[in-house]
Design a protein around this ligand. Structure first.
Ligand code: ZN
Length: 499
């Protein structure tokens, strides 16, 4: 397996940090600053890293995945002040919105989402140690990293200190020894949230957060660190230098991975430019599968341009794949004439092994879909190929399941169904949904309500088989509240609705 490493500037054979035989991977991806709704550019980055993580699992690795939340930042403070709410209230609202977006996009939750405001002691410990070792110095209540104290500053972004210095503007009031020195700890202005420190009240700089959370939750060295290409400099360059100076261990990260940026028209999609489409807006028009197909149809390191045409084409593609899942296998020939799925599986692994060639992997799925349709028309059995198609689609996080698209209609049973789907996803049981045969969405006519109750009961049974009793009991309890009574008898669940 090959991965493009920003640090070396080339594709490298993937060997885990703890040795070729190791199956344990430590992965950190920079998270959002929750001060407004996340946009499709964020979706793009987290979809790519979700697929990288899913593919590593598919290849037999165990991945520990941490993603931070920068819940203290100038932008959050400014916006909270303008709206007259507390910083916590504002970030709490947008963190929840972010989680909802990730769930709707079928992005697996991280193992941990540490929050900057809850990790201040670790940050202070690192800053203090950097000062003690001479890598950092306090000035007017702030603390700066001394870039001249290391020989290799600039190695990630492939720049030298001299080339960076040109064009750098020193902000008035900054007491830095060198214009490229960057802040580790900021003296707080009156009225800002602050924490006590040996240099006076202040708050952490952005870069130190990620060093602290990565070191605390994953250890001093990790396999993969990801983010958008706009984070290479200064964020990751600074994270790297402060982490290696603190631990004395190199490399801090074995593979630095950066995704290309999303454009809208000619420009990068960003909050500061104001040209963005939020994830919620995109999901109100397109299914999660379509958004994923759009994103994954392009190599993760390339820039991608958002357009209605491209999204609509992706939606049609999602429809073609879903349609295959709905074909009935009417063949009578048993195993004779079964499609041999191994060449497709092999090609899928080959293209994904080459630095996650998701565009080519999608092409494999469409080839399979076409051949399944042909086999169906020829009266050949298609069940095995269809299963193989779904399992490869799942590696790309595609569900091929209509029910998981947004736009659920209101109605008590459907609301419950939707809520349980979200809970089950959060409990990392995405397979349950497929196994339960959750298909079409709908409203709440009597017939549909009955169908939805049936789905919920099937989900409950799958959960019980998986010994997820708490969620199973919750479904039972909530259905009871809605007037459904049922009993388990002879391996079957019989239910009645009290109207
Ligand atoms: Zn970061």
């Amino acid at each position: 397996m090959k991965i493009f490493n920003t640090l070396s500037g080339q594709k490298e054979e993937f060997v885990p940090l703890s040795g070729a035989k190791s199956r344990d991977i430590l992965m950190y991806v920079c998270g959002v600053t929750p001060y407004s709704d996340s946009h499709v550019g964020h979706a793009m980055s987290y979809i790519y890293f979700d697929v990288i993580r899913r593919y590593l699992k598919f290849r037999g690795y165990t991945v520990k995945y941490v993603q931070n939340l920068t819940d203290i930042d100038d932008k959050i403070i400014d916006r909270a002040n303008r709206l007259g709410v507390s910083v916590n209230e504002l970030s709490g609202k947008y963190i929840q919105g972010f989680f909802d977006d990730m769930t709707a996009l079928n992005i697996l939750p991280a193992d941990l989402y540490p929050r900057a405001t809850q990790e201040i002691p670790k940050m202070l410990e690192i800053v203090k140690s950097l000062v003690d070792k001479g890598f950092a110095y306090p000035a007017k209540g702030s603390v700066y990293f001394r870039v001249r104290s290391v020989a290799d500053y600039g190695k990630l972004s492939h720049r030298t200190l001299d080339s960076m210095e040109a064009g750098i503007r020193v902000e008035p009031g900054e007491e830095k020894e060198h214009p490229m020195d960057f802040v580790l700890w900021k003296a707080s202005k009156p009225g800002e949230p602050s924490w006590p420190s040996s240099w006076g009240p202040g708050r952490p700089g952005w870069h130190i957060e990620c060093s602290a959370m990565s070191v605390k939750y994953l250890g001093e060295q990790i396999d993969i660190h990801g983010g958008g290409q706009d984070l290479i400099f200064p964020h990751h360059e600074n994270e790297l230098v402060q982490s290696e100076s603190f631990t004395g261990k190199k490399p801090f990260v074995k593979y630095w991975m950066h995704n290309g940026l999303l454009r809208l028209g000619e420009e990068k999609m960003s909050k500061s430019l104001g040209n963005l489409v939020t994830i919620k807006e995109a999901l109100s028009k397109y299914s999660a599968d379509a958004i994923r197909l759009f994103v994954l149809g392009s190599y993760y390191r390339s820039p991608l341009t958002y357009s209605t045409d491209a999204l609509e084409a992706a939606e049609r593609g999602a429809g073609r794949l879903r349609q295959v899942m709905e074909l009935k296998d009417n063949s009578t020939r048993e195993d004779a004439g079964r499609i041999d799925v191994s060449p497709y599986q092999q090609r899928f692994a080959e293209v994904m092994d080459d630095d996650f060639g998701t565009a080519q992997a999608i092409a494999v799925l469409f080839d399979m879909a076409r051949d399944i349709n042909r086999a169906k028309n020829a009266g050949q059995p298609i069940e095995n190929a269809r299963k193989a198609l779904l399992s490869l689609a799942n590696v790309l996080g595609l569900t091929l399941n209509e029910a998981l698209k947004t736009g659920f209609e209101a109605g008590p049973f459907f609301e419950l169904l939707k809520e349980m789907s979200n809970k089950i996803r959060q409990a990392k049981l995405e397979q349950v949904l497929t196994q339960a045969g959750l298909s079409k969405d709908g409203g709440e006519t009597e017939a549909e309500a009955q169908e939805n109750i049936g789905k919920l009961l099937r989900i409950r049974n799958v959960l019980r088989e998986q010994k997820q009793f708490q969620l199973a009991d919750e479904i039972r309890g909530r259905l009871k509240e809605l007037g459904v009574v049922f009993e388990d008898a002879a391996g079957q669940t019989i239910w009645k609705r009290k109207i």
